[in-house]
Design a protein. Structure first.
Length: 342
């Protein structure tokens, strides 16, 4: 079972936090004052959240069906959570179909939830209850709520793309060369002077500079808040022996202790970001340690407690998503392609 601190990190990084209310509301009728338990698990089958009446939760406790427990097929055999992850479709597991005899008094319905940006399954929603109260329509309702959760994630992604589009459109308009703006998963937010693509394939490790992209060829890449500015290389730029890549310029401004900012500058513009005091502390620690800091070292820097690595990793996950290509990991540090000033 995952401990409390680790469980909180799993919840934050699961991608499911934003749809928890949607799921709970959609399946409320099966849980409130009933015999069922509602569970949301991550992509590995670990129970992140659960809800139900006290008596139902007590019965679940006896089975080890608790927050932080691993309910994947590899851990407990056939069950709705693990089987939905393996089959990647909605399933209902009746009574004795469970691998473990201790679960035979339960019937469970589970459906996977996919991240619309990647198409990958990021979790499962499950409703479990006494076998005697099973209803054949339960699995259909659970699957419908999972699809509603995916729709909510898709709307959130559209909003993120719209923000990136509003930022990038004026930059593309004044560039005068074929270019596009994409998010961190390669979804195209804006394009100018080139054929429209819905999505481009990005390398797993992408940083500022020149890179060869599928279907586009050699490109010059600059970071944008929440994504990348991609410009088709031209002339000798497209040759591997062309001009050297220029580093991204990043300024960490802590002159006003109440309003620290990070400024990212590229060839076609600069962007100011207001930082929380905690994020400013983290970036300062990294700025003065070019060799990088491990999670325990950062925990000691920030809290005077090397054991608080879960909190540090959660904060670094947020920062690396917000400033794609600027921060690296193992150890945490500013990327080598960054020209940093404080």
């Amino acid at each position: 079972v995952v401990e409390t601190g680790g469980l909180e990190m799993l919840r934050r990084s699961s991608g499911l936090l934003d749809v928890l209310d949607e799921i709970s509301h959609g399946l409320e009728s099966l849980v409130v004052d009933g015999d069922n338990i509602l569970v949301v698990a991550d992509a590995k089958g670990r129970v992140l959240w659960r809800s139900g009446s006290p008596s139902v939760l007590m019965n679940a406790d006896r089975l080890g069906f608790v927050e932080g427990a691993n309910w994947g097929e590899g851990a407990v055999g056939t069950n709705a959570i693990g089987t939905a992850l393996v089959s990647q479709r909605a399933v209902q597991v009746f009574s004795a179909e469970h691998f473990l005899r201790s679960h035979h008094s339960w019937t469970c319905a589970g459906a996977p939830i996919r991240d619309p940006r990647t198409g990958h399954v990021i979790g499962v929603v499950d409703v479990s209850g006494p076998a005697a109260t099973v209803h054949p329509t339960t699995v259909a309702l659970v699957d419908a709520v999972a699809r509603l959760a995916e729709s909510h994630l898709r709307q959130e992604h559209d909003r993120t793309l719209n923000k990136l589009r509003a930022l990038a459109a004026p930059i593309l308009a004044r560039m005068g060369s074929p270019a596009l703006a994409v998010d961190t998963e390669g979804w195209v937010a804006a394009v100018d002077a080139m054929p429209l693509h819905n999505r481009i394939l990005l390398p797993e490790q992408l940083g500022p500079g020149r890179v060869r992209l599928a279907a586009l060829g050699m490109c010059a890449v600059e970071p944008l808040p929440g994504g990348w500015l991609v410009r088709l290389a031209k002339g000798d730029e497209a040759d591997d022996g062309g001009e050297q890549d220029r580093p991204s310029r990043v300024t960490l401004d802590v002159s006003d202790p109440d309003r620290p900012t990070l400024v990212m500058a590229g060839d076609f513009g600069s962007w100011h970001h207001d930082l929380s005091l905690r994020h400013a502390e983290i970036l300062c620690a990294l700025a003065f340690s070019p060799q990088g800091r491990t999670a325990p070292q950062l925990a000691d820097d920030l809290y005077g407690d090397r054991s608080r690595v879960v909190t540090v990793r959660a904060e670094m996950s947020r920062l690396r998503k917000q400033f794609a290509g600027i921060l690296a990991a193992q150890p945490y540090r500013f990327a080598g392609s960054v020209e940093l000033s404080v």
